[in-house]
Design a protein around this ligand. Structure first.
Ligand code: F0G
Length: 481
């Protein structure tokens, strides 16, 4: 068999409701259970056919596919059989998502943290966040539905803290008609860089006062009552795509994840759902023989999942929280839609890997900013949520939750540039008090204007060059050759 060709295997996808257990065929777009309103996970009812081969077979397939020239298999669909093996190659949208680099911590940073760790730079996806993994799968599925039904008009909608909307708008604009993208954003709570993305892709950008949780309720209302395609992670096809993160981590570490601690920032909880689901699938197929440990990280300004797991098991009850301003703004969510998925998968994780296989740690806003600045000053490209992961690792270490022989993989979920406004506030010491961040002013880095515009006006070109160069010589104390 030529393993670089598109696989012949096809599965059959079913939505499984986590509320009442009802099953629905995966050939139509459903978001929540018509019976009980519960959230779904998608299950391949022909998954057992994959078990006719052992783990070594699948590892070899995925390793060989790393060299594929088949466009549909170049990104997240390298792991086709584990994702949505009902899609045809012509449905698959590939914009360069996935297969993001894992970068070992700079030695100085690793030494100061005291634990071996690496960042997986999911900001190096096409719209500069991990959301592209999920969108590639959701849009491929949408394309398959359009092909099947001959739909003339499909309005995709999502609520977003910024990255989901950037990804949704990008993929919609690439696929084009009949797909159109509408995004709903909490006014003033999305960074200017994130806002520029759906605008640039030509999406309809709508804003509402409030926070993400308010916008999410509005798009849920729309998806319940009107003909729209919801692209939030409530859409389980997104979760499948985001599982690719786990597959890539396992593959990079030679399919041995037993020593790994995976740190994931938690907002709407779709990402941590996908990461756990992905590792469990590989375990089920014998592709990995041990699970890694998974650590969710939340800011104390948006920490419902942390609070749930911090309570003793017998007295746990789910309670959304009111968020307050957070530098990890993309994860500033008080009522995560995917919480039921996390609860179910965490139980499975713990049943296999033991009590310590799944944990949630809390961090302060101060720790998030300090960690992001520290990482980026050592050559990383972490966003504030990536800073949150590093702060989570440091707290896990301080709490004795991680041993010195373990290796942590931190999800830098978006590119640093999307969140440069928070870096600006840090360097200029202008955080509004509600963020509770006090910058280390010794780290402040500001541009210096060397000459005035008037000075430039007064000089000819040659004199200007010399004058500017001499100002730099004086400033840096350069020695002559
Ligand atoms: N990091 C970044 C950069 C994000 O954009 C998000 C979520 C998260 C972490 C949290 O991931 O929601 O799967 O738990 N952003 C969503 C959005 C909510 O609308 O862009 P999660």
């Amino acid at each position: 068999m030529n393993m670089t060709e598109f696989p012949a295997y096809r599965g059959a996808m079913e939505y499984v409701c986590l509320g009442c257990g009802a099953r629905h065929a995966g050939d139509e777009l459903l978001y929540t259970c018509p019976q009980c309103g519960g959230v779904f996970l998608l299950e391949n009812t022909r998954f057992s056919a994959l078990k006719e081969h052992d783990g070594a077979y699948w590892r070899a397939i995925f390793d060989e596919r790393a060299a594929t020239r088949v466009t549909a298999l170049r990104g997240i669909f390298r792991y086709y059989e584990l994702l949505a093996p009902i899609l045809e190659p012509e449905d698959i949208v590939y914009l360069g998502e996935g297969i993001t680099p894992i970068i070992e911590a700079a030695p100085a940073l690793r030494d100061s943290v005291g634990i071996d760790f690496a960042y997986k730079n999911d900001g190096q996806n096409p719209s500069a966040s991990f959301k592209d993994r999920g969108m590639a799968c959701a849009f491929s599925y949408l394309k398959s539905l359009v092909r099947k039904h001959g739909w003339k008009d499909v309005l995709t909608v999502c609520a977003s803290t910024g990255d989901t909307s950037a990804a949704a708008a990008l993929y919609a604009s690439y696929v084009g008609a009949p797909l159109k993208s509408v995004v709903l954003l909490p006014h003033g709570k999305v960074t200017p860089q994130q806002l520029s993305q759906p605008l640039g892709s030509g999406a309809t950008v709508l804003e509402l006062p409030g926070v993400f949780d308010d916008c999410m309720k509005v798009v849920e209302y729309l998806a319940d009552k009107y003909r729209v395609a919801l692209l939030n992670s409530k859409n389980s096809w997104r979760i499948l795509g985001q599982e690719s993160y786990a597959y890539e981590v396992a593959q990079w570490y030679g399919w041995d994840v037993s020593n790994l601690c995976i740190f994931v920032p938690v907002g709407n909880a779709g990402n941590i759902t996908a990461v756990m689901s992905g590792f469990l699938k590989m375990y089920d197929l014998g592709i990995i023989t041990r699970l890694p440990r998974v650590f969710g990280v939340q800011s104390e300004h948006a920490d419902p999942v942390y609070r749930y797991y911090a309570a003793p098991k017998a007295s746990r009850h789910w309670q959304p929280v009111q968020v307050s301003p957070s530098v990890a703004q993309a994860a500033m969510i008080g009522n995560p839609v995917s919480f039921p998925r996390v609860a179910m998968l965490a139980e499975k994780f713990i049943a296999i890997g033991g009590e310590k296989a799944f944990q949630v740690v809390q961090v302060t806003e101060q720790q998030i900013m300090d960690a992001m600045i520290a990482a980026n000053r050592k050559g990383h490209i972490a966003c504030t949520q990536g800073g949150e992961c590093l702060a989570g690792l440091m707290n896990a270490k301080a709490l004795g939750l991680i041993a010195s022989h373990e290796h942590a993989v931190l999800d830098a979920t978006a590119h640093a540039l999307k969140f440069s406004g928070f870096q600006d506030m840090y360097f200029s010491n202008t955080f509004p008090p509600e963020y509770t961040v006090q910058p280390d002013t010794s780290l402040a880095n500001r541009p210096e204007l060397l000459l005035s515009a008037d000075k430039k006006q007064s000089l000819d070109a040659q004199a200007y060059t010399e004058c500017a160069a001499e100002a730099i010589v004086a400033k840096l104390g350069l020695a002559k050759k």
